[in-house]
Design a protein around this ligand. Structure first.
Ligand SMILES: Cc1cc2nc3c(=O)[nH]c(=O)nc-3n(C[C@H](O)[C@H](O)[C@H](O)COP(=O)(O)O)c2cc1C
Length: 309
């Protein structure tokens, strides 16, 4: 049996359901020596701002149990350099999703407008986990009203497929998912890193210069699975699951919980070819379990009669 690995992520046609996560795969070309990028369903580039930006000062990454903390923040080449220099360097046949983040809604919308219709950009992922200046630093994705306004503006500005990447730092992920669907998002990505803090007791200082950071890696996988599960039951638009995927079995878990596609993040730092192995492993799993199409795995979780809430 040869398995059909193709999936449709909100209008983005993927040859298989595995992408790499924003901020963990540079602009793609950095990983080309280790992995044929055409083995991927696609990759999400580092989040872009209107102007080039430097991130936080070091230390801005630290080890954590079963994962890592990061507070890289806004560092990126800016949208112009991305379109002019980074995109043309990506090999033909690789599906590219551009990620955007800004500090104000109008600036997000401007980014979406600039990236719409750009050849090679198959879709835009709005990173809604950035602090909103006008809301006193609270993340866009933490307040349903702010998220609604953001997605509305991005939807108006973007002509192609629009994914919204949700923050896990919320009480009710299903509500946030419904807000995005209601405003016309084509799909959701979840989750971004979980807000966290680590401390060095000897120096009595936080490990990161930014004090707070985002926890990623296997430590957050059960949280991500739970949120994908809840969001998938709340909306009809497709979901891209991300958080702590180390191998194909982890990715399959996300598909079973309702994700149409997945992203590999922190694992890329340990094994730059990991996402390719995950893609192969999903197909092998589907074949072993008698699923002719990988898409048939989506939401195929067997639930007990009366699931606990
Ligand atoms: C060093 C680092 C930088 C990141 N930068 C971004 C970013 O620019 N935009 C974004 O949406 N997510 C960013 N993320 C979050 C990841 O895309 C992903 O959502 C998160 O790490 C959870 O997945 P993982 O556990 O597989 O890494 C970053 C994560 C890490 C570790």
């Amino acid at each position: 049996m040869s398995v059909d690995t193709r999936v449709d992520l909100g209008g983005i046609a993927l040859r298989n359901p595995v992408l790499t996560a924003s901020g963990t795969f540079g602009y793609g070309t950095e990983f080309a020596p280790f992995l044929d990028l055409r083995r991927l369903g696609g990759f999400v580039a580092k989040s872009l701002t209107l102007e080039p930006r430097f991130g936080n000062r070091p230390p801005r990454i630290a080890e954590a149990p079963s994962g890592m903390l990061n507070a890289i923040s806004l560092e990126n080449v800016g949208v112009e350099a991305f379109v002019r220099e980074k995109l043309p360097a990506i090999p033909d046949g690789v599906t590219v999703v551009a990620s955007v983040f800004e500090t104000e809604i109008e600036r997000y919308a401007e980014l979406c407008k600039r990236l719409s219709g750009v050849p090679r950009v198959a879709g835009i992922e709005v990173n809604a986990s950035c602090p909103h200046v006008k809301s006193g630093g609270i993340e866009f994705g933490q307040d349903p009203a702010v998220l609604r306004a953001l997605v509305r503006a991005a939807r108006r500005a973007a002509s192609g497929p629009l994914l919204v990447k949700l923050s896990p730092n919320v009480t009710d992920i299903a509500e946030m998912a419904r807000v995005c669907e209601g405003e016309g998002a084509d799909g959701l990505t979840l989750i971004n890193a979980v807000q966290a803090l680590e401390v060095d007791p000897e120096t009595r200082r936080p490990l990161l210069s930014n004090v707070l950071g985002g926890l990623s890696g296997p430590a957050i996988r059960p949280i991500a699975l739970r949120m994908v599960f809840q969001a998938a039951r709340a909306v009809k638009i497709p979901i891209c699951g991300v958080g702590g995927i180390d191998g194909a079995e982890d990715a399959v878990k996300f598909l079973l919980c309702g994700a149409t596609a997945v992203q590999v993040g922190t694992r890329n730092y340990l094994d730059p070819a990991a996402a390719g192995s995950v893609a192969d492993g999903i197909a092998a799993y589907a074949e072993r379990h008698g699923f002719p199409r990988v898409a048939d795995l989506v939401g195929a979780l067997e639930l007990p009669e009366a699931p606990a809430r």
